[in-house]
Ligand binder design. Structure first.
Ligand SMILES: C[S@@+](CC[C@H](N)C(=O)[O-])C[C@H]1O[C@@H](n2cnc3c(N)ncnc32)[C@H](O)[C@@H]1O
Length: 312
């Protein structure tokens, strides 16, 4: 299957990096290499791009897409959480820009065997971004306690019916393990009142998001990586992050704000005594969002937000 994915906020993101032709840049979520290709076209003779992705299909697709620029590009299969180690291995201490385009690619969603989509009825419950991980979505659905299922569907799916969905899952798996997306969809459908189902989006949408976030530790990885990424930037270097839902966006907004103003002195103190120094400034007071035109051409762009931080 072709790696089909339309890059979101493409020019806004690459422009936000204020690229220097001979700089070193890191794409932490390489995917099919759409953003990376645009970076490559702007690199000069000594410029370099390091592309990281944890998905072997993305690595293969990006390697093919960027082959014209292979002398400037290094592709590494890893979690962006390991960015420090990845750069260390390559003998790179600091970089001039890092960007993340979070979540899953359209390719991952479109391939039924990956189990990311509720739109398939007969796919395995997989949802691993890194196929080397032993745990799958089926393990979460079949092994988590009712409370833990409720907690993740409530916190990561923000679903009003989290409690009922968790209850229905546990009841169903007492009869037989839940193995396919179709089986899970039926269970979720039964847990949401028909009146709500008729007006809301797909009943499974929020539960799938929750399981995917939990399985791939998406929020913890993001939370744990942003400070490191900022510390790896040269002065003037930028970190640009595209998020797709409020849970991610809140983390980025908060980490950026805390890096801009890390002081923890009580508000009434005349001078700072905590000694924490600002790491830089937030460039985007308000996030950059897609144009109506982009949204009309790419539904995935609808909820996207870009935030940018610049290192002092
Ligand atoms: C939205 S796609 C990126 C698309 C890419 N920007 C493009 O234009 O083609 C997100 C990619 O990030 C990868 N990904 C998500 N979280 C990751 C993480 N923590 N570490 C490494 N890769 C990750 C996914 O496997 C997926 O391929």
């Amino acid at each position: 299957m072709m790696f089909e994915h339309k890059s979101v906020l493409l020019y806004e993101t690459i422009d936000s990096l204020n690229m220097k032709p001979d700089g070193i840049y890191v794409d932490g979520t390489l995917g099919g290499g759409g953003h990376a290709l645009e970076v490559c076209t702007r690199l000069g003779e000594h410029g370099r791009l390091i592309g990281i992705d944890q998905d072997s299909d993305a690595i293969a697709a990006a390697t093919q897409r960027l082959k014209e620029y292979k002398d400037k590009v290094t592709i590494v299969r890893s979690n962006y959480e390991n960015i420090h180690g990845v750069l260390n291995e390559l003998g790179i201490e600091k970089v001039d820009g890092i960007y993340l385009d979070l979540g899953v690619s359209s390719y991952q969603l479109d391939v039924p065997e990956r189990g990311f989509t509720y739109r398939e009825e007969d796919a395995p419950l997989d949802m691993r971004m890194d196929q080397r991980n032993p745990q799958t979505a089926a393990d979460i659905v079949n092994q988590y306690s009712e409370f833990d299922l409720y907690r993740i569907i409530r916190d990561y799916g923000e679903d009003k019916f989290a409690k009922n969905i968790a209850k229905h899952i546990v009841k169903a798996r007492e009869i037989k393990p839940i193995e396919t997306t179709g089986e899970l969809n039926e269970i979720i459908k039964g847990a949401i009142p028909a009146k709500i189902r008729a007006v809301g989006g797909h009943p499974s949408k929020r539960t799938y998001q929750a399981i995917r976030i939990e399985l791939n530790h998406e929020l913890d990885v993001l939370k744990n990586s942003l400070d490191t990424m900022i510390s790896l930037l040269n002065p003037g270097g930028r970190l640009s992050v595209i998020t797709f839902h409020s849970l991610e966006d809140r983390i980025v907004k908060t980490r950026f704000r805390d890096n801009e103003n890390p002081c923890i002195c009580p508000p009434g103190f005349p001078v700072c005594v905590c000694g924490r120094k600002s790491m830089g400034k937030v460039i985007t007071r308000k996030p950059v969002v897609p144009t109506e035109e982009e949204i009309s051409e790419n539904k995935r762009a609808k909820s996207s937000k870009l935030r940018v931080f610049e290192r002092i």
